[in-house]
Design a protein around this ligand. Structure first.
Ligand code: GLP
Length: 236
C-alpha cells in the first residue's frame, strides 16, 4: 500500500488528479470507477482543468459509479447521477452514454444489482477505482456489517451516515434511508484503487482501516488485501 500524507486539500486533489490522468494517458479507453461525496470534488476540479486546457482527453473513457440513493432519480439535486454530471461529466468531453451510475429508482433493486455487476464484467472490470471513506469506514455505501458483501446490493444506511450526509439535504428527514452500492467484489477486483480522505475527523478511521485488523465492521479494512492501493490523506 502506498500511503501519502499531505498538508492541504489542494495538494491531495492535485496528486489524485495526476494519478487518474496517468491512468487515462496509459489507457485512453480505460474504465474508471468513480465516487461521490465531498472528498473527490477537488480532484474532479483538477481533472476538469486538465481537460479544458487540452491536456487530458476523456472521449474514450468509460465510468462506473459506486452507488446511488434509493428513490432519487438523476434529476434530484442530491442524487449521485446529478452530482457526477455537475461535478465532472458536464465539464469534460466524456461520452455521457458511457457513464454509469446504479439506478436507485429501479423497480427491482436485486435485479439492478445483478445487471450492474454484469455490466462491469462486460466492460472488462475497472482499471482504476476512486474511493472516499465514510466516518464509519464505509466505502461506496458498504456499511459496517458482520460480513463483507460481494455483489452490488441494496443497503440500509447507518444512522451515522444519515447524520453525515444530512448537511447536503434541506433536513435530516429528507436523507434517503437506503442506497444501492457496488459490493466488495467489483471494488476489490479493480486493477488499482485510489482512496482520498481529508480532515482531522477522518484520521482515526483511515488509520484503523489501513493498519487495524481486516474486519467487515470496518469495511475499508478489506483494502489491505488489495495489491495496488494508494491512499492520499490531507490534514485539512
Ligand atoms: C458518502 C458516499 C461515499 C463517500 C462517503 C464520504 O456517503 N456514499 O462514497 O466516500 O460518504 O463522503 P465525504 O467525502 O463527503 O466525507
Amino acid at each position: 500500500m502506498n500511503y501519502i500524507k499531505v498538508k492541504t486539500y489542494e495538494e491531495l486533489s492535485k496528486k489524485a488528479a495526476q494519478i487518474i490522468a496517468s491512468q487515462i494517458v496509459m489507457k485512453p479507453n480505460c474504465v474508471l470507477g468513480l465516487a461521490t461525496g465531498s472528498s473527490p470534488v477537488g480532484t474532479y476540479k483538477e481533472l476538469i482543468k486538465m481537460n479544458q486546457n487540452g491536456e487530458l482527453d476523456f472521449s474514450t473513457v468509460t465510468s462506473v459509479n459506486l452507488d446511488e440513493y434509493v428513490g432519487l432519480d438523476g434529476t434530484h439535486d442530491q442524487s449521485y447521477r446529478y452530482f457526477m454530471n455537475t461535478n465532472l461529466f458536464d465539464h469534460v468531453n466524456i461520452d455521457k452514454s458511457r457513464t454509469f451510475v446504479p439506478n436507485g429508482c429501479a423497480e427491482n433493486l436485486a435485479d439492478e444489482g445483478d445487471a450492474y455487476d454484469a455490466l462491469i464484467k462486460a466492460l472488462g472490470g475497472i482499471d482504476l477505482q476512486l474511493l472516499g471513506i465514510g466516518l464509519d469506514g464505509h466505502i461506496g455505501f458498504n456499511e459496517p456489517d458482520d460480513v463483507f458483501t460481494a455483489a452490488t446490493h441494496e443497503v440500509v444506511l447507518d444512522e451515522s451516515t444519515i447524520d453525515a450526509n444530512a448537511r447536503f439535504f434541506a433536513s435530516r428527514d429528507d436523507v434517503p434511508r437506503k442506497a444501492i452500492t457496488m459490493g466488495m467484489m467489483s471494488i476489490m477486483q479493480a486493477k488499482k484503487i485510489l482512496l482520498v480522505a481529508n480532515g482531522a475527523a477522518k484520521k482515526d478511521i483511515i488509520e484503523k482501516s489501513l493498519f487495524g485488523p481486516v474486519d467487515p465492521k470496518v469495511p475499508a479494512s478489506i483494502l489491505q488485501l488489495h495489491p495496488d492501493v494508494t491512499v492520499i490523506y490531507s490534514e485539512e
